[in-house]
Design a protein around this ligand. Sequence first.
Ligand SMILES: Cc1cc2nc3c(=O)[nH]c(=O)nc-3n(C[C@H](O)[C@H](O)[C@H](O)COP(=O)(O)O)c2cc1C
Length: 209
Amino acid sequence: MNLPDSFPAYYDDLALSFEEAWGVIAAGVTNRNSPSHMPAVGTVDAGGVPQLRIMILRDVLRDARTLRFHTDSRSIKVEQLRHNSATSVLIYDPAAKVQIRMSGKTHFTATSEIADTAWSTSTTFARRCYMAESAPGAPCAEPSSGLPNWIEGKQPEEEQLADYRPNFAVLLVKIETIEWLYLANAGHRRAQWQWDPAQNEWSGRWLIP
Ligand SMILES: Cc1cc2nc3c(=O)[nH]c(=O)nc-3n(C[C@H](O)[C@H](O)[C@H](O)COP(=O)(O)O)c2cc1C
């Protein structure tokens, strides 16, 4: 097939598309300007309604098929995940012209070494949001940041944060499927990889876009 020089090597190559997909996902951890840094994360609420929100991607462990996010342990999404661990993660990288849809199950951890490390290695400013006095999503009579007055507009000291550590939690999304959509004028390319637990490997196939 004659393809223009500008076609990426992965255009017709399933294995290379898989590598590229992980490259796009992992860029979200190292490059704050990458769209993968702020994916949409979907959970399912008690009524079966999909609920999406933007979250910062903190880490990608390809071998463990795991994406790490940080959140407030009192948040509505955590309550949803307690009842239904099904989770989707969506990325669109306009420069790469790639959409990546992932789905899997989320493990919630608030009291573990991984949560302790995630807490202690986050900046004090990032951890300030866990100082909110009421749970995120709680109604309030006045417009409010939820933060105590004394810390509004200030960066907390390490010792001021200690009492709020229980509000911090880590979400580990174990990926089971990855879907890839590459946009090209000449013809889009779509592929899907499913984790095969029996074979302990990813199994991929092309799909009609
Ligand atoms: C750019 C951006 C980054 C965000 N990052 C996070 C995050 O890392 N963790 C988080 O829990 N919420 C984050 N949020 C807030 C969520 O989108 C959401 O509003 C909040 O977590 C409440 O969601 P819930 O009610 O479904 O639990 C972010 C929002 C934006 C706009």
